[in-house]
Design a protein around this ligand. Sequence first.
Ligand code: SF4
Ligand code: SF4
Length: 291
Amino acid sequence: MSKKNINNTCNKKVRRRTILKSAAVGLTSLALPFGNADAGVWESFFQKHFHQMNKDELKTVITRLESEYKEEYGKDFNIKSTKPIDGVKFGYGLDLSRCIGCRRCVYGCVEENNQSRDPQIHWISVLEFKKGERWVNVFEEATKYYNPNPPCVKVCPTKATWQERDGITVVDYNWCIGCRYCMAACPYGARRFNWAAPQVAREEINTETHYLGNRPRYNGVVEKCTFCIQRTREEPGRYPACVEVCPVGARKFGNLLDPESEIRYSIEHKRVFRLKEDLNTSPKFYYFFAT
Ligand code: SF4
Ligand code: SF4
């Protein structure tokens, strides 16, 4: 199968966004998208919000998605729905004095999280800067921020995005209608919109996924970093892919509620700052210098 042909099955499915658009112009048009649709389309449209589904309903949805992805990529997928771990609130640190700008974190993130290769979507941006330039212009780590009531969550008209107990802000791609209000509201430019069907080759797709994380996305929905929810909610916890691949240990990750964690040590012993603190969004992404 050519690269251009991959991902077609999922993206040919009638999306919630398409149906809602049709609904806006009348019931006659609403019938149109379903002309050749299979049962999966109906099931997808009428599936409940993630929080409203009971265990059995969630299992049914996940089984349907695994079968759709198998049809699309010819591989068996494992879609987890692991819940937050009690007593865990994630925090992330980046040591600016260590980073050498190699961008391995960018590529590690793309591979782990099934980001589109064509058009390219990167959740991490690494920008070079010269000594003396203002830091806000020069190093953008626009993928992670966490707070009790993020602006992106507040504006979502369909409640397709929310913050979990462990601080991870997630998107349910089956509920997102692609209005992009959340992108406009996010002060950190942390969200990416799929203007086209995401393209990930069959041989490159990561089949170990989470429903709220790196499972394949659709054309017309928003996505963002989830601290590799499919890894970090495992017990014992795994690091996000970007932390694991960094060759100089510039990235730190862990439980902010654990006084023995590396992230707590970094925050308590380094010169730390957070982006746009004046907005009172209380991000859990910390930049620091070693001394
Ligand atoms: S684009 Fe953003 S605001 Fe709009 S439905 Fe999707 S998650 Fe919600
Ligand atoms: S992998 Fe580490 S050193 Fe390389 S750009 Fe990313 S943070 Fe910097």
